[in-house]
Design a protein around this ligand. Structure first.
Ligand code: HXC
Length: 516
């Protein structure tokens, strides 16, 4: 046998050994819980035969607790490059079959190396998390590894899209890498995320809770808002990732890919049928979105969290747009602590990645109440003002119905430098709703009237006629055009077309100080 063939055969033997991961028993255990192995996950997610693995032969650096006698294939993480629906990506997947996917120093070095590569190549980073957390035997070196990852997540923020997929435990400080990334995907019954687990909680404060109820997929999709996408299965999750990637650019110097322009499915979504004649009646704003965007396609983000605001991606004229819309179906579409956080972060993502923003407005304002005040609605609400004001991408606002008080300003008004503010004739723009306003400014007349209830109704009517329309704001030029709702798509397309070369200078500074 020639030396070349001998060495190639030796390489293949070494590869076969390394590719066994944690061995048959550990793989069976992984499968029994409904999970794919790390390598299967990468291969299933990426385009066929596109994955090229790095650092297969990396060995762990643990020397204590007899770790020097152990062989951990690939040190429990698989890293490499590939393509995802044709888009180049850098990817890593923690291998739970190898020491529980725990993060030691060399495991962290593999991850940071692929992160550095993603930054150099300027392509999205996908991280699949399935790990028991810091490798206990490696002590402070494991913590150092996490620190190096968090630092890189932060530097990469706003430069390349970062996607985290939680497909197993993600516990302790490990949760902070996903938390620093742009999109977090969770899968029912598989994802578990928490800082301190049920046992620590029981030991320290006596509360008892299951892992699922503490940090399962539904908890993060509905309650905490830590997850952006919820899936029923790993395959469903991968399909969602592919959809997301089609809407976003590779990096902050590029635009998202253009697709052929397609009309909305107007047979299914007709504005005049969706939008109620009674101004007090709610409707699903997602149907309005579908009535105007290409192919009626809307990829909703954080669908189950803070449902009073709707965010997500669509296309107009084949180009990606980020949509922010109040949802009258839930809490009348108010802004509150959670919906402000949800909207603000999305606006900043779109701005960082050159995605124009379309804002649909219908809200009575910020949610009143002690809970909200004490939960910091001032601080959280300010994030929306900050994010819209800071954004320099094209910004188009359509006021559908209510735009009251702080809500009018916050939802990308002209004052926060929206480029085009359009209003439907049904728009109501005022300091506050007619009922509240009449009670305050006509208090004395109502009180002293022979029939106070009748007087109250009359004053509400008067107030509505005077202010609850778009024409007062239009008279000051705060609205660029009052439009026929059926022209909405046409005007959105036009606004995007004419703002293709928009350029805005901002004062020189190191960075702003948003109300985090
Ligand atoms: C070393 C670990 C490990 C860890 C799991 N393993 N977690 N090894 N360090 N953190 C090993 C186990 O010893 C076992 O090895 C194998 O992985 C599989 O683990 P099991 O416990 O058998 O699996 P399972 O029953 O499915 O339970 C999974 C688990 C549990 C819930 C994740 O392993 C667990 O609670 N692990 C510890 C989680 C944790 O507290 N992590 C926080 C660490 S501190 P063998 O050889 O038996 O197969 C931290 C701080 C970071 O992360 C701070 C950064 C800022």
């Amino acid at each position: 046998m020639s030396s070349l063939r001998r060495k190639t055969s030796d390489l293949k033997k070494r590869m076969r050994f390394a590719l066994k991961g944690g061995g048959t028993k550990a793989i069976e255990k992984q499968k029994a819980t409904g999970k794919m192995t790390a390598r299967e996950r990468i291969i299933t997610l990426l385009d066929p035969k596109s994955f090229h693995e790095y650092d297969l032969f990396v060995e762990h650096a643990g020397r204590d607790f007899d770790m020097d006698k152990k062989y951990l294939p690939g040190d429990g993480v698989i890293t490499g490059t590939g393509t995802l629906s044709g888009y180049p990506v850098c990817i890593y997947a923690q291998d739970f079959t190898v020491a529980g996917g725990s993060l030691g120093w060399m495991h962290a070095k593999k991850i940071t190396k692929i992160m550095d590569q993603a930054m150099k190549l300027k392509v999205p980073l996908v991280g699949i998390n399935d790990s028991g957390g810091a490798r206990i035997q490696e002590g402070v070196n494991s913590l150092a590894g996490y620190g190096e990852i968090f630092y890189r997540n932060t530097l990469a923020s706003g430069v390349i899209p970062q996607i985290s997929v939680i497909l197993g435990p993600c516990a302790g400080g490990a949760v902070y890498s996903p938390a620093l990334t742009d999109f977090v995907f969770v899968v029912d019954k598989i994802s578990k995320m928490f800082i301190t687990g049920p046992e620590v909680i029981k030991a320290t404060i006596g509360e008892e809770i299951s892992m699922e109820d503490l940090g399962g997929a539904k908890v993060h999709a509905e309650i905490t808002g830590n997850a952006h996408f919820y899936a029923e299965s790993e395959q469903d999750c991968f399909n969602q990732i592919k959809q997301l990637v089609s809407y976003i650019p590779w990096n902050n110097e590029k635009k998202a890919e253009s697709f052929p322009k397609r009309p909305p499915k107007t047979r299914n979504y007709k504005i005049e049928e969706i939008f109620p004649t009674n101004p007090r009646q709610p409707y699903d704003v997602r149907d309005i979105i579908k009535a105007v965007v290409d192919d009626s396609e809307f990829l909703e983000i954080q669908e189950y969290f803070a449902k009073n605001i709707v965010i997500g991606f669509s296309r107009l004229g084949g180009e990606t747009v980020g949509i922010v819309a109040n949802q009258p179906l839930v809490l009348a579409g108010v802004l509150d602590v959670d919906s402000s956080d949800k909207a603000a972060r999305f606006i900043r993502f779109c701005d960082a990645f050159n995605i124009p923003l379309v804002t649909l407005v219908d809200l009575p304002g910020y949610l009143p109440g002690v809970d909200q005040e004490h939960a910091g609605v001032i601080r959280h609400g300010a994030k929306v003002l900050y994010a819209y004001s800071e954004a320099t991408v094209p910004k188009i606002t359509v006021i559908l119905r209510k735009a009251y008080g702080g809500g009018y300003i916050a939802m990308c008004s002209h004052h926060l430098r929206s480029d085009f503010v359009l209003a439907w004739p049904t728009a109501e723009i005022a300091v506050m709703g007619p009922e509240g306003a009449a009670n305050i400014i006509f208090r004395n007349e109502i009180k002293s009237a022979e029939n106070p209830e009748e007087m109250r109704r009359q004053k509400i009517r008067e107030y509505k006629e005077k202010f609850a329309n778009p024409y007062v704001a239009a008279a000051y030029g705060y609205i660029d055009a009052v439009i026929d709702p059926s022209d909405t798509r046409k005007l959105l397309l036009h606004s995007l077309e004419v703002s293709a070369n928009k350029k805005v200078e901002r004062p020189a500074k190191k960075h702003g100080i948003p109300p985090f």
